[in-house]
Ligand binder design. Structure first.
Ligand SMILES: [Zn+2]
Length: 275
């Protein structure tokens, strides 16, 4: 009972702080599922030489300067209930707070170092903290040739763990029998099917919207509402890393070749070259 009252008071305090942030620039009203964000934060911490939960709080304080930064310290920090299991259920965070991760990282490490870390964070977020950096086979070809469902999905939280079942289920709908092989063997439709399945799964499982379109040498995937910077950072490379990891998982990896066309891509519009 005492714990429940403490929790209620605590959430009231938190709302006060959220209001401060709202007055500053506005809450977005959008959140990521707790486990999905947790996987992202774990990937970020996995890359840093210093860390633990306090790192994330430090990044938030980097982002919210002055008085707001001071009020967000300690137990008043919105990241606190996110990390503290003794209250039971953890609270999902508004994008206004998850965006502090990208902004804080760039402030802390500078544009070049920060961009590199965000790229690796995206990649590890997709693949898990101990990814097989070279995936030897292509999920797309396995589904197409009706091989048994893969059983090596990561046990640890990763975006791949959350999205893979939906992506594989959607791919299987395209290949209900061996007669449908022609569809998947056309180069363009193969990528359209696979990345269409990725975009659908991402929206269904995380609420993150993305838009797929054709460009000259491949596909562009746009992310109009990035939870990790609110589309305010030119250096954000999270989605480059995610799509590189997802591409390797879907189609197999070619060593040292990134499918991301760096000359045509911008932070939140990633061009996948299929030449
Ligand atoms: Zn971003």
């Amino acid at each position: 009972m005492v714990a429940r009252r403490r929790q209620a008071e605590f959430i009231d305090d938190l709302r006060e702080n959220w209001k401060l942030v709202d007055d500053m620039g506005g809450l977005t009203g959008k959140t990521l599922p707790v486990e999905v964000l947790q996987a992202f934060v774990n990937s970020m911490l996995d890359l840093m030489l210093w860390g633990g939960p306090q790192t994330v709080i430090t990044l938030a304080e980097e982002h919210f300067p002055g008085e707001i930064g001071k009020t967000l310290t300690g137990e008043q920090n919105p990241f606190w209930p996110y990390y503290h299991h003794h209250f039971g259920e953890r609270a999902p965070l508004d994008y206004a707070f998850t965006a502090t991760l990208g902004h804080g990282l760039i402030k802390f490490y500078g544009p070049r170092g920060g961009a590199g870390l965000l790229l690796r964070t995206g990649y590890i977020w997709w693949a898990g903290p101990r990814p097989e950096f070279c995936v030897p086979r292509s999920m797309f070809d396995m589904v197409k040739s009706h091989q048994p469902a893969p059983r090596d999905e990561p046990q640890t939280d990763s975006l791949r763990k959350f999205l893979a079942p939906s992506i594989l289920a959607e791919l299987c709908q395209y290949f209900p029998s061996a007669c449908d092989d022609t569809l998947g063997s056309l180069p363009d439709s193969k990528y359209a099917i696979a990345f269409g399945a990725f975009a659908d799964a991402l929206a269904d499982e995380t609420g993150i919207v993305s838009r797929l379109s054709h460009v000259d040498d491949g596909f562009a995937i746009e992310f109009p509402e990035c939870p990790f910077c609110l589309n305010e950072l030119d250096e954000c490379r999270v989605w480059w890393g995610v799509l590189q990891g997802c591409y390797e998982w879907l189609f197999g990896a070619e060593p040292d070749v990134s499918p991301v066309d760096e000359s045509q891509s911008t932070a939140h519009r990633v061009v996948i070259s299929i030449k």
